[in-house]
Design a protein around this ligand. Structure first.
Ligand code: NAD
Ligand code: TDX
Length: 335
C-alpha cells in the first residue's frame, strides 16, 4: 500500500508525467491530482482511460501560487514533472523555460515549505553537460553541474533551488536526474517520434550533424517505476540518477528504426546541427540499484523501439495534428 495516497503530479498530462500517473494509479489506494497548463506538449488522451474517481485534472500554471497552493495543501506528496522540455525550442525562445522551469519550481517549493509536504523533483542528466565519446566515467550524483542549453540551464537552476530549500528550510525533498526517455505519447518534436512519424509518412530520417552524438535511452515506464521507488523509500535530501545502460549514438538508433520499418539503410539525411549540441550523456545508476533495489524492465532497446513504432503506427489520429507545424518549424531552421 502506498505511503502517500494523495499525490499532486504537475505536468501529468505530458509524456513522462502521464506514464507516471498510470503507474501510480495502478498501485492500491492512490489518488492523483494532475496540475497541468495543457501547453502544446500536453496530451489529454493519455489520461482518458484512467478511472475518474482516482485521477483528477486541474488546468493551471505551476508558476501561479493561487493555482498551486490549495492543491499542495490537499496533497500528501508532490511530484513535479511540469516543464518546458525541448532543447531546440529553448534555443528559439528561452523565455517560457525561465518562467515554467525556474519560477514554477520556486512557486512549488514555497508552497511545500508552507505546508511541510513531501516533494519529489524530476530532473535530467543534461544538468551535467556532456562527456567525451571515449570518457570511461559516467555521470554520478557527485558530477559537477555544467549545463549547455537554455533548457538544461533552467533545469540545473531548478535543481539548485530544491537543494537550497532542503538545506535552508528543511523541505523534505528528493531529486532524480534521468536519461533520455522513449515510449508512447512522446511529442513528435522529439528525436525518436520525429523519425518514426517521418518514416511512416514516407520521408527520410533527419540526423543532426554527423549522428555521432550519444544518448542513454530508457523506456518511460522504467523511469516511472524508479520515481515511484524514490518517492516511497528514497532518503530525503538525496539525489538519485536514473538510467538503464542504454547508450547508443543517434545514427545507430536511426538505422534500427529504418530496419524495423523495412526501409533502405540509406533513407536518412544529415541536417543542420543543433547549436551547442551536447556530445554524449551517460548515467551511472549504481546508487539507485544498490540503495533501492530498482531494476529496469526494458533492457532491449530494439524490442522497445519495435513496440514504440507499432504504437505510433496505431495512434496516427493523436500525433497527426502536431506533425505539419512541427516539421515547418524544423524546416525553417534547416533541420
Ligand atoms: P513534455 O513536454 O512532454 O510535458 C510537459 C508537461 O508539462 C505538459 O503536459 C505541459 O502541458 C506541462 N506544463 C508545461 N508548462 C507548464 C506550466 N507552466 N504549468 C503547468 N504545466 C505545465 O515533457 P516530458 O518529456 O514529459 O518531461 C517531463 C519532465 O521530465 C520534465 O521536467 C523534463 O525536464 C524531465 N525529463 C525529461 C526527459 C525526456 O527524455 N523527455 C528526461 C529526463 C527528464
Ligand atoms: O530530428 C532530430 N534529429 C536529431 O539528430 C532531433 C529532434 C534530434 N536529434 C538529436 C539531438 C540529440 O542528440 O537526437 C538526440 C535526441 O534529441 P532530443 O529528442 O531533442 O533529446 P535531447 O536534446 O537529448 O533531450 C531529451 O533528453 C533529456 C529531452 O528532450 C529532455 O527533456 C531531457 O531532459
Amino acid at each position: 500500500v502506498s505511503r502517500m495516497p494523495r499525490l499532486l503530479v504537475t505536468g501529468g498530462a505530458g509524456f513522462i508525467g502521464s506514464a507516471f500517473v498510470r503507474h501510480a494509479v495502478a498501485q492500491p489506494d492512490t489518488h492523483v491530482t494532475v496540475l497541468d497548463r495543457l501547453t502544446y506538449a500536453a496530451t489529454r488522451e493519455s489520461l482518458a482511460d484512467l478511472p475518474g474517481d482516482r485521477v483528477e485534472l486541474v488546468v493551471g500554471d505551476v508558476a501561479d501560487p493561487a493555482a498551486v497552493d490549495p492543491l499542495v495543501e490537499a496533497a500528501d506528496a508532490v511530484v513535479h514533472f511540469a516543464a518546458e522540455s525541448h532543447n531546440d525550442n529553448s534555443l528559439a525562445d528561452p523565455s517560457p523555460f525561465v518562467t515554467t522551469n525556474l519560477v514554477g519550481t520556486f512557486t512549488l517549493l514555497e508552497s511545500v515549505r508552507r505546508h511541510a509536504t513531501r516533494y519529489h523533483h524530476i530532473s535530467t542528466d543534461e544538468v551535467y553537460g556532456d562527456l567525451e565519446l571515449d570518457d570511461p566515467e559516467r555521470f554520478t550524483e557527485h558530477t559537477a553541474y555544467r549545463p549547455s542549453s537554455p533548457y538544461s540551464a533552467t533545469k540545473a537552476g531548478s535543481d539548485l533551488l530544491v537543494r537550497a530549500w532542503v538545506r535552508s528550510f528543511g523541505v523534505e525533498a528528493t531529486i532524480s536526474n534521468c536519461s533520455n526517455n522513449y515510449g508512447p505519447w512522446q511529442h513528435v518534436e522529439k528525436f525518436i517520434p520525429r523519425q518514426i512519424t517521418t518514416l511512416l509518412d514516407g520521408g527520410r530520417a533527419k540526423v543532426y550533424g554527423t549522428g555521432a552524438n550519444v544518448r542513454d535511452w530508457i523506456h518511460v515506464d522504467d523511469h516511472s517505476s524508479a520515481v515511484w521507488e524514490i518517492l516511497q523509500r528514497g532518503r530525503v535530501g538525496e539525489t538519485y540518477l536514473v538510467g538503464a545502460d542504454g547508450e547508443q549514438d543517434n545514427l545507430h538508433v536511426v538505422r534500427m528504426l529504418l530496419a524495423i520499418l523495412g526501409r533502405d539503410e540509406g533513407d536518412l539525411e544529415m541536417v543542420a546541427d543543433r547549436a551547442g549540441h551536447d556530445l554524449r550523456y551517460a548515467i551511472d545508476p549504481t546508487k539507485l540499484r544498490d540503495e533501492l533495489g530498482w531494476r529496469p524492465r526494458f533492457s532491449d532497446l530494439e524490442a522497445g523501439l519495435r513496440d514504440t513504432v507499432e504504437w505510433y503506427a496505431a495512434h496516427e489520429d493523436w500525433w497527426r495534428p502536431a506533425k505539419a507545424a512541427t516539421e515547418a518549424a524544423y524546416a525553417a531552421r534547416g533541420q
